[in-house]
Design a protein around this ligand. Structure first.
Ligand SMILES: Nc1ncnc2c1ncn2[C@@H]1O[C@H](COP(=O)(O)OP(=O)(O)O)[C@@H](O)[C@H]1O
Ligand SMILES: [Mg+2]
Length: 270
């Protein structure tokens, strides 16, 4: 291990902090184009908050900023009471934050089960020194990862497809696999990017139930979703944005009835 590759371990997630994740005055510009502008939001510990807005509002960019795959032009990101604005995605996962992708891209020829294990291997087995010096430890970690992958496939109702190549999965099943993939990292804060988009009604109920179960386990959740029925059922609080800016915040009913929100959806931005 070189000095450069050494990353000090992230301190454990501080469950005593009042907010799980916070965006403070986040701005993101690409070549002069402002995509997110002075956005602030907070997800409290154990809370489930909705993030809504028409297509192009900047919701996914907010996730890229919160999950560390994009650096903010200005503003700060705090996780469980600690500023993490400059930390890369691996560190965000170590801090307890993980996100799903709006369009999941599983490894098509790998099995559903293997798709969960490749992520876990990145976390453990690729540590060459550990392989070399403590093969027993690595084998124990592999067994733990395998057990966890089976438990999570059961949780997302994909167990019977464990050994099928991921390419056979429907759009809804891919969303469920994406959820299981993220849960392999044991996140405390989960960012869900349109988990219900393109999902048939039967699988939609499974996804809703599973998200509720995760929240009941104490996970803090930020949910991007166009399905307002789902948002109203799941979230006590909603933040609406359009053209990169905050529009309204409050209960799902109040935000859905807010004239600025209605206009943003009707105004041709969607
Ligand atoms: N890497 C990028 N470079 C330039 N523009 C981008 C980039 N990523 C997103 N955008 C633009 O930012 C705006 C917001 O996109 P996005 O965050 O995906 O919105 P949403 O998820 O709300 O639909 C869009 O106009 C999009 O084209
Ligand atoms: Mg998006």
């Amino acid at each position: 291990m070189t000095a450069e590759s050494f990353q000090p371990p992230a301190p454990p997630f501080n469950a005593a902090a009042t907010s799980a994740i916070e965006a403070r005055h986040l701005t993101k510009r690409f070549d002069g184009l402002t995509v997110v502008s002075d956005m602030s939001l907070t997800v409290g510990q154990g809370e489930m908050v909705g993030l809504i807005g028409p297509n192009g509002a900047g919701k996914t960019t907010m996730f890229n900023l919160l999950a560390g795959s994009l650096a903010p032009t200005a503003g700060e990101i705090w996780i469980a009471g600690r500023e993490v604005s400059g930390d890369p995605p691996e560190k965000r996962i170590a801090h307890g934050v993980a996100r799903t992708f709006q369009i999941p891209r599983p490894f098509a020829e790998m099995s559903v089960l293997e798709n969960l294990l490749v992520g876990a291997q990145k976390q453990h087995g690729e540590r060459l020194f550990a392989n070399f010096l403590t093969p027993g430890l690595v084998r124990r970690e592999e067994k733990t990862a395998l057990d966890k992958a089976h438990t999570l496939l059961d949780f997302v109702t994909l167990s019977r497809l464990a050994h099928e190549p991921a390419r056979v999965l429907s759009g809804g099943q891919r969303k469920l696999l994406e959820l299981a993939r993220v849960l392999m990292a044991d996140p405390q804060v989960i960012l869900l990017d349109e988990p219900a988009a393109g999902v048939n009604p039967a699988l939609l109920e499974v996804i809703i139930e599973r998200v509720v179960a995760l929240n009941e386990q104490g996970k803090s959740i930020l949910l991007i979703e166009h399905n307002m029925d789902m948002v109203s059922r799941l979230c006590s609080r909603v933040v609406a944005m359009a053209l990169g800016r905050p529009l309204a915040e409050g209960s799902p009913a109040d935000v859905a009835a807010n004239p600025a929100v209605i206009e943003a959806y009707l105004g041709g931005v969607a």
